[in-house]
Design a protein around this ligand. Structure first.
Ligand code: TEU
Length: 578
């Protein structure tokens, strides 16, 4: 894995601001509740802004707060230009924009335009009749030839939904099916129709004019579907053990995806003087595609969220997991660092609202190593080249929830999976065990602010249970403790701000085959940082493994200084080479 020259060489145009930035994701339901209804809200975010200032992050990415039936916690939007009363009001959103800007932070909104809610007026109008002027705004198709509507197998294609079952639901009234890659309450918009695209662009301009600083674009690489000239869509290869198939080839980075994103860029972003940020969430994207999406000369998006590293511990599905092999992680991250070295840009994440907590998944959440593994994983990630994303609670070392029964889950993906897996004959106890490990609800328990009964999140009854470990793991306990996970995140974020080598340095992987020691260098303008992380419980002698480390200057470490020749369990060190 060779290092490659930076896309932002010294002396050329200044590198974009987001190369030095760190983004903090707020999942509003679970961040802070200001009105005691048990659901977090904008008022709550306004109350906790000091936490973000204290951490030093540059951008707040806010998961959806728009009006929504909340079938998928707001990723099912019924009005793109308002705020759900559950979360507050447009006036409060304006207040949030102003308050963030006053503190030197930016606000990035979630843009969910692959699909709407089935309660969006566009869909209601579309489903009203086959001749509705908005019929073509969504994907309506007759039953498969030779089948009657409602027959088993009559769906227009064999695609399996991300949230279990077929991607098609029959509308009894018109006898046609509509497409939904996610839940049946999330019908896909038809981006082939220019009216749809221009309605979306118009809405995006409206938010930018209001002062928001960019968008995180939900599953944006799925908006272009591979549709034949006669309007038909293609079956995909069968999924082993299922009557359904995979439609990926028809909708992951489909034929018009680059055209659509370039059009969006021209219509929405081009010529705006503000410093904006766009990040496209792209399940299934390859390095080669990401390079095209993020090449500044092509004007599509600034960076993408790729999914390779969060799939490395998956078996045939996300519900089957095995321990992460460090070699696989190194090979994957290494390829992304190299692939986007000369052109394009990475985003870096472990946690978000869709992933189980990284400290439980890739770290070691036993009492002995939880703090050390949380800070080690953080160091490993933040020292790569790319823009790091911190998901609420990650900076506190928040861990998976000890789920005991099905009743404790709320997530639509988890509940749909349970229904389908059990009806397909799987042992309910096994399905529950898989949910416990892999459910998105692990990420969605309320933020642990203090050790009070509901962790300072709400005075009411929280919509999802608070993790009982909040009595020990909470923001109040960590704020003034220099050894806390929180303090470590603060240092990592400051280091990226201060040191151009962290932001822009070339990446070079070391020890690619080692099972537990993850090491690399970052270099720029003659300066080199060496990062060494022990991703396990074994103690290593560095004198044989990486002798250059022993006499190097320590820039940042996650354990108290000791023998420089010894790398302790879950120890991470950032060193400056002479
Ligand atoms: O997620 C995209 C996505 O592909 C999900 O299926 C994700 O991979 C899965 O949750 C992992 O288990 C985005 C949003 O982040 C997610 O919250 C939404 O549910 C989804 O799109 C639909 O809008």
């Amino acid at each position: 894995m060779d290092s490659a020259p930076s896309p932002f060489p010294t002396g050329a145009e200044p590198a974009p601001w987001w190369t030095r930035a760190v983004v903090y994701q707020v999942y509003p339901r679970s961040f802070m509740d200001s009105d005691g209804d048990g659901v977090g809200d904008l008022g709550g975010i306004l109350q906790r802004l000091d936490h973000l200032t204290d951490l030093g992050v540059d951008v707040l990415w806010l998961s959806p707060v728009y009006p929504s039936p909340q079938a998928d916690n707001g990723y099912d939007i019924s009005d793109y230009r308002d705020i759900d009363p559950l979360f507050g009001s447009l006036a409060q959103l304006d207040e949030l924009i102003a308050a963030l800007h006053a503190r030197g932070m930016k606000l990035v909104m979630d843009l969910v335009v692959n699909h709407t809610s089935d309660a969006h007026p566009w869909f209601e109008e579309s489903r009203a009749s086959r001749t509705s002027p908005k019929r073509d705004w969504y994907w309506w198709r007759p039953p498969r030839p030779g089948f009657a509507a409602g027959d088993p197998g009559a769906e227009p294609t064999n695609w399996q939904s991300f949230f279990s079952g077929p991607t098609w639901t029959l509308d009894e009234a018109s006898g046609e099916y509509y497409l939904h890659l996610f839940d049946r309450r999330q019908p896909d918009l038809n981006w082939e129709n220019p009216e749809v695209r221009h309605a979306v662009y118009d809405m995006m301009r409206w938010w930018l004019d209001r002062g928001v600083d960019g968008f995180r674009m939900d599953v944006i690489n799925m908006i272009s579907k591979d549709v034949a000239p006669d309007g038909s869509l293609h079956d995909g290869p069968p999924i082993p053990g299922s009557a359904l198939g995979s439609g990926y080839a028809s909708f992951i980075c489909g034929p018009r995806i680059h055209e659509f994103l370039q059009e969006m860029h021209r219509e929405v972003f081009a010529g705006r003087p503000e410093a904006l940020l766009t990040v496209g969430e792209m399940p299934g994207v390859t390095v080669e595609q990401a390079r095209l999406f993020t090449d500044p000369a092509r004007a599509e998006v600034d960076m993408v969220f790729q999914f390779e590293h969060v799939g490395l511990d998956h078996g045939t599905s996300k519900w089957e997991v095995h321990p992460l092999r460090m070699r696989d992680l190194k090979a994957s991250f290494g390829r992304w660092q190299t692939g986007l070295a000369e052109v394009g840009w990475n985003s870096l994440y472990w946690d978000n609202h869709d992933q189980p907590r990284a400290v439980s998944r890739f770290g070691d959440d036993s009492p002995e190593f939880r703090r050390d593994s949380a800070t080690c994983l953080a160091t490993l990630l933040h020292l790569h080249r790319g823009t790091p994303y911190v998901y609420q609670g990650q900076e506190l070392g928040m861990a998976n929830y000890p789920f005991r029964s099905l009743e404790e889950f709320a997530d639509v993906e988890s509940l749909n999976h349970h229904v389908h897996a059990v009806s397909a004959g799987h042992d309910p106890a096994d399905v529950l065990a898989a949910l416990r490990t892999s459910s998105r609800d692990n990420a969605r328990t309320p933020v642990q602010w203090d050790d009070s009964p509901h962790a300072g999140f709400t005075t009411g009854r929280p919509w999802l249970a608070v993790n009982p470990d909040h009595v020990e793991w909470n923001a109040a306990a960590q704020r003034d403790d220099p050894t806390s996970v929180l303090a470590h995140y603060r240092r990592l974020i400051a280091l990226r701000h201060e040191d151009p080598v962290v932001a822009l340095g070339d990446f070079h992987l070391l020890l690619p085959e080692h099972d537990e020691v993850y090491a690399f260098t970052r270099s720029r303008d003659g300066g080199t940082l060496l990062v060494v992380c022990n991703v396990g419980r074994t103690t290593y002698r560095l004198s044989s493994l990486l002798p250059e480390v022993v006499d190097a200057e320590l820039v940042l470490g996650n354990l108290p200084e000791d023998d420089p020749a010894v790398l302790r369990p879950w120890e991470a060190r950032v060193l400056r080479l002479p």
